[in-house]
Design a protein around this ligand. Structure first.
Ligand code: HEM
Length: 413
């Protein structure tokens, strides 16, 4: 009996050894990405584009816009990028429906200026569209967006495609767009972020790829014309920005070339505008070196219906009568109309096309609200600080020489 027990124990041990050996010899499991390519990164047993953390109890209607207060006593020009979980790419708040209406209205009035796609970027636009509507939004905001199989769609839509339902807006979104333009328009309407897509189309002397703007939906440009930026490389896009060439160009090109799949970064910026226009093609900057934009500003106020109209507030600081013009513009500043304007910017790479996607959401804050919350002294210190940091010309570029005195006086009063 004892021998039988011993034999059973030995057999069990042998079986266990065989099991362990088989397990060890099994090929390692690779999780595949959605495009079918294996994901070999050791640390990620999952797909970061798919594993979006849901905000299960999110109520957009009671969520206040985030408060961005990035000002420092002195302005130093750096990339100032920080890690951003892919899940946090899009921020939504109680301005969502109002913003949707403004975005639609701006796109309808200024189609070429607000959305465009060059041929090589069509696959990237489609990839962005399908990911945002098919994966990101319904996973991140399940209380706002719901995926529907075609069988649930009212018969009169006459489509066999699957849809995403935007609950607050009461609108269905097809998960496949017919054209890149349609895709950009729908993204521009349903997502309160401006989206600029870049492809590597030239090469630096060191062999690194240089990224060029190839597609965009940009409803809220802060004083620039996106249609004049398309096709340009990063450096030329930023040519009006003082200090960019000396302080940012190299590190930016390198960073863009090397940004890994599944990673995202974010940064914020700030300026003061002398109006509350979200769509502004000119007037927020003073340029140096003979570069002047057209100064056109056909505009949409957040509080009023879209209106067109010229805006001659963009100046070349090298023009002979610039001092006189600045003095004139200073007189025109009405402090109650001024806004602190900030952008929450993100950058990530699409997994299939490997295109880079730059997104930004625009926030506007009334100066009286900043004062009421106690941020007045900090902002009042940062305004002269624009001209005291690593790139003193920032005070001109951001037009601080025009609005600075009145805004500081108001903030300190
Ligand atoms: C993520 C890295 C980036 C950094 C660090 C950066 C930095 C800057 C800075 C410092 C400015 C001056 C205004 C401000 O304070 O923000 C600026 C302006 C601008 N940036 Fe960027 N930028 C980045 C990415 C991009 C990308 C990817 C695009 C477009 C594809 C872009 C388009 C622009 C435009 C259109 C302006 C206005 C230029 C003008 O006045 O005409 N930026 N950027």
């Amino acid at each position: 009996m004892e021998q039988l027990g011993f034999a059973i124990a030995v057999l069990c041990l042998i079986a266990l050894c065989i099991y362990v050996l088989c397990k060890a010899l099994q090929p390692a499991k690779h999780i595949t990405r959605r495009d079918g390519t294996p994901n070999d990164e050791k640390s990620t047993l999952s797909d970061p584009y798919h594993d979006i953390e849901p905000l299960r109890n999110f109520d957009w209607s009671t969520t206040e816009p985030i408060k961005i207060r990035p000002f420092k006593p002195k302005y130093h020009l750096t990339m100032a990028l920080e890690h951003c979980p892919l899940s946090e790419l899009v921020a939504i708040d109680n301005t969502y429906l109002e913003r949707m209406q403004i975005r639609k209205s701006v796109m309808d009035q200024h189609p070429k200026e607000t959305y465009q796609c060059y041929e090589p970027c069509v696959p990237a636009v489609m990839e962005m569209y399908e990911w945002i509507f098919g994966t990101y939004l319904p996973r991140r905001f399940p209380t706002m967006y719901r995926l529907f199989d075609s069988s649930y769609i009212p018969a009169d839509t006459k489509s066999t495609a699957s849809f995403l339902y935007n609950i607050p807006a009461g609108k269905y979104i097809a998960l496949r767009a017919a054209t890149a333009e349609e895709a950009l328009y729908t993204l521009g309407y349903h997502v309160d972020d401006d989206i600029l897509i870049l492809l590597p189309l030239s090469t630096a002397p060191d062999g690194l790829p240089i990224y060029h703007l190839q597609a965009y939906v940009c409803c809220f440009p802060s004083g620039f014309r996106t249609d004049e930026k398309i096709s340009l490389p990063l450096a030329s896009i930023h040519s009006p920005v003082p200090g960019y060439k000396a302080k940012l160009e190299k590190s930016m090109d390198k960073f863009f070339a090397k940004l890994e799949l599944g990673k995202a970064v974010r940064r914020v910026n700030w300026s003061i505008t002398t109006n509350d226009l979200l769509y502004s093609q000119g007037g927020n900057h003073l340029y140096s070196g003979g570069k002047m934009d057209s100064g056109v500003s056909a505009e949409t106020s957040s509080s009023s219906k879209p209106v067109g109209g010229g805006n001659a507030k963009t100046l070349d600081v090298d023009a002979p009568d610039v001092e006189q013009k600045i003095e004139q513009q200073k007189k025109d500043v009405v402090v109650e109309n001024c806004r602190l304007r900030c952008e929450r910017q993100t950058l990530h790479r699409l997994p299939n096309t490997k295109a880079l996607v730059f997104m930004f959401k625009t926030y506007q804050y009334k100066l009286e609200d900043l004062k009421a919350e106690g941020s007045g002294p900090e902002l009042a210190e940062a305004i002269p600080g624009l001209g005291q940091g690593s790139v003193p010309d920032m005070a001109f570029y951001k037009r601080g020489v025009v609005w600075g005195d009145k805004v500081v006086e108001y903030l300190r009063s």
